[in-house]
Design a protein around this ligand. Structure first.
Ligand SMILES: [Zn+2]
Length: 435
């Protein structure tokens, strides 16, 4: 407990440190916003302290369940671009550095460039060609011809294809720094990130084995990007590195030549991303691979189904947004036997419905509704929810009160483009989550 508190304190200090450093460059308006945020945070902290004091009187053991609000730091984004059959991933670091990993097939190059421009990318600090297969480097030809690149990271595995030769020639002509990394090396994209090369096979027997594998760590959130690395490479990485990651881009388009059971179990991703084209001739992805991800409780997203996938994170929590809605646009996760669940969520109107599906009325005193992206928490007053009834928690400028509505605040608590709602019971256990 003491240790935990110290860790939180250190984290808070670090975050405040970041804010101070940033603020000197930012316009006055933002400084005032930060000031407001800081004041709000201080108020929240005071409230938490008050609650803690009250709880200490009532029940000493309960104190630990009160969450200390952590101010999230600057966001970074990882985009899994829908290039049909192939891979293309854009990393935008907290300090605005850009790294592109692969560019899909040659025909996808234009699309990748237009996607980059839409994200405001005018310069790529790093481009990584995981391995010389055409569904990874093909589109990089258009990228090389359209956008300035500072560093080009290549597996070093040579290939006789015309595309590979064209790629090398362009790197040479444009005098781009050319790097063949070693295993274990770090790529200095952004001081806030740790980017580790976990595989690179200049002398590998085949192209897939040569795949550059990167682990990108930002605070507590990490991404494992495996190119087309196969089960043999997975096995050798397991022996050397800490592979546990929040988000995994599954190897080789979800094929069963990658993603062994051991690997999935150790990586233990919360989110698995599959990058492949609809109705591809290779039969990607493999159904049993997808099943295994689902069995360990990972959310699975496929570019073929939902288009471009973006994961944004502040190093503490993350949110996934997709270009198209998946077939089931919402997923309800009930992690306990509770009969109470979040049953509706309208992010635009800021109304969240909570239903008691049981046979008896339940008192919600001490329960909490959390807006996961911003980590804002609504604490329920002393009210009972009758069997079969739904109450609505409202927020935003038009927040309604009465007749089944409880007003949280007039502030906006939910992000319109996707924000999970989480319901915790009076013991702090997650009872329901609506993504
Ligand atoms: Zn591939």
């Amino acid at each position: 407990m003491k240790y935990k508190f110290l860790m939180m304190l250190t984290l808070l200090l670090l975050l405040v440190g970041c804010t101070l450093e940033e603020s000197s460059k930012e316009p006055v308006v933002e400084q005032e916003e930060q000031k407001e945020q800081k004041e709000q945070q201080e108020q929240q902290e005071q409230q938490v302290e008050q609650v803690e004091q009250v709880e200490q009187v009532e029940q000493v053991e309960q104190v630990e369940t009160t969450a200390i609000p952590i101010k999230p730091s600057v966001e970074m984004a990882v985009h899994f671009i829908d290039v049909g059959q192939g891979d293309s991933i854009l990393i935008q670091s907290p300090k605005g550095k850009n790294m592109l990993i692969d560019g899909g097939k040659k025909g996808a190059g234009k699309q990748v460039v237009s996607y980059l421009r839409k994200q405001g990318v005018e310069n790529l600090d790093y481009v990584v060609a995981t391995h010389p297969d055409s569904d990874h480097i093909g589109g990089l030809i258009t990228v090389l011809n359209s956008i300035t690149i500072n560093n080009f990271v290549d597996s070093g595995k040579t290939h006789t294809s015309q595309t590979y030769e064209e790629m090398l020639q362009l790197i040479l002509d444009k005098k781009i720094s050319y790097i063949v990394p070693s295993k274990g090396e770090q790529i200095a994209l952004d001081p806030g990130l740790k980017v580790t090369v976990m595989n690179a096979g200049e002398d590998a027997a085949d192209n897939n084995e040569a795949s550059i594998v990167l682990k990108v760590q930002y605070g507590e959130v990490s991404f494992l990007l495996t190119g087309d690395a196969d089960i043999g490479i997975e096995r050798s990485m397991l022996q050397v590195y800490d592979l546990e990651s929040t988000i995994l881009k599954a190897g080789h388009h979800g094929s069963d030549t990658s993603s062994s059971e051991d690997f999935i179990r150790v990586v233990n991703p919360k989110v698995a991303i599959l990058s492949y084209g609809l109705d591809n001739s290779y039969g990607h992805p493999n159904a049993s691979v997808v099943n295994q991800f689902q069995e360990i409780g990972a959310d699975v997203y496929a570019t073929a189904e939902v288009g471009n996938i973006t994961v944004k994170t502040n190093g503490i929590d993350y949110r996934v947004t997709t270009e198209n809605l998946p077939e089931e646009s919402t997923s309800v996760l009930v992690t306990s036997e509770s009969t109470i669940a979040i049953t509706s969520k309208d992010l635009r109107e800021e109304i969240v419905g909570i239903t008691n599906d049981g046979e008896s009325s339940i008192n919600l005193k001490g329960w909490q509704l959390v807006s996961v992206s911003g980590n804002q928490t609504f604490k329920f007053p002393n009210i009972s929810l009758a069997a079969g009834k739904t109450i609505y928690i409202t927020s935003g400028p038009d927040a309604a009160e009465g007749q089944g509505n409880i007003k949280w605040t007039n502030g906006q608590m939910w992000l319109n483009d996707g924000d999970a709602a989480r319901l915790l019971n009076d013991k702090g256990e997650i009872v329901s989550e609506l993504k």
